[in-house]
Design a protein. Structure first.
Length: 352
């Protein structure tokens, strides 16, 4: 995830929209429902949404793609979305938060999915909860909300029998619960890396550790700010949130705390594994240097002895003796064996 924040020019009026030229075109999907019936419509316009908005029925308007400025302004006008709220919806990345407005409640959250190229795909999702509707705005197509749609299609389900704020809670809770499989996969990978660091401290292991460190940083950026946003929903008195929904949000709050603690523990483990990796590499280097030093130390006296009898002086009596050469070889062998035995008794070789 690249840190990409799109904001209006300096000095622009509050609520000024600056559309991202790379944003996907908007696709709208609408669920109109009450306790007994459900109507699902895809690729609908704002006029059709207005026709579906009837007394006694609730709406879930799901907008995927933020590239259609005209649609955004029409929805803002139809659902009385405050210009500042619409600005937060369009200008990603906004810090996760919960802000009440006169006609609706804005919740900005992060949705995490396993990407194809990037190991983690982080997407901003904005929820606007009104008295009889929920609007969701997503950056890209596809999401983790299929379980919510399946539950919504069940007749007399709890979602359909409760007010729209309960649907908003279910969407937010599902987005948060989708973090768990990702965090569990991170834990599984760390267990494998922990064994590899001790047995195979290779550059590939170091790259894996750095990759995990980056992944955990993304998770932390996504999870920790949401703890504050959900705390605001639980503790503050919002007219659009019933007491029943606030009680359910406490469970979501617990999930976020668990996830934040799990990510923090994983980050500490990665830092510990990095230190272990550096220690293992350092110990391995010390072993290599010790071996080379011992070999060099053994050959120093042998080189000295060979150097003496390699000098071209005329008056060296030993050179004229027939047994001088094997005697020198034997002495060099005894010196080498003696030094190896000395190093062994010291524990520098052959012992751990």
């Amino acid at each position: 995830m690249t840190l990409r924040v799109r904001k209006p020019p300096v000095g622009a009026a509050p609520g000024t929209l600056v559309m991202d030229p790379e944003a996907l075109s908007s696709v709208v999907r609408v669920f109109s429902y009450d306790e007994d019936t459900l109507e699902e419509n895809e690729s609908v316009g704002v006029e059709e949404i207005g026709e579906l908005r009837t007394v006694g029925r609730k709406l879930w308007v799901d907008v995927q793609g933020l590239g259609d400025e005209r649609l955004m302004r029409q929805l803002a006008e139809s659902f009385s979305i405050h210009p500042l709220a619409l600005e937060d919806v369009v200008h990603v990345r906004v810090r996760p938060k919960a802000e009440p407005y006169e006609q609706n409640l804005l919740i900005v959250t992060r949705m995490l999915r396993q990407g194809h190229g990037d190991p983690l795909d982080v997407e901003q999702v904005s929820l606007l909860i009104g008295r009889d509707y929920v609007l969701t705005f997503q950056e890209t197509y596809g999401d983790v909300l299929d379980p919510v749609r399946r539950r919504l299609k069940v007749q007399n389900s709890r979602i359909r029998s409760h007010s729209s704020d309960y649907l908003g809670y279910v969407i937010l809770d599902t987005i948060i619960d989708a973090y768990y499989p990702l965090v569990e996969r991170v834990g599984d990978r760390l267990e494998i890396l922990e064994e590899r660091v001790l047995s195979e401290a290779s550059p590939e292991t170091l790259r894996e550790l750095n990759s995990m460190k980056t992944l955990l940083m993304k998770l932390k950026r996504a999870i920790v700010p949401q703890r504050e946003a959900v705390n605001t929903l639980v503790l503050d008195d919002h007219e659009l949130l019933s007491e029943n929904v606030r009680i359910h949000l406490r469970d979501t709050q617990d999930h976020i705390v668990q996830l934040a603690e799990g990510v923090e523990q994983a980050r500490e483990l990665v830092n510990g594994l990095m230190n272990i990796y550096l220690t293992v590499v350092s110990n391995r280097m010390n072993e290599v240097m010790k071996t080379l030093t011992i070999v060099a130390s053994i050959f120093v006296p042998l080189t000295f002895m060979a150097g003496i009898y390699g000098m071209n002086f005329a008056n060296m009596p030993e050179l004229e003796v027939s047994w001088a050469y094997p005697t020198l070889l034997g002495a060099m062998t005894l010196v080498a064996i003696g030094m190896v035995a000395y190093f062994w008794r010291k524990g520098w070789i052959g012992r751990r």
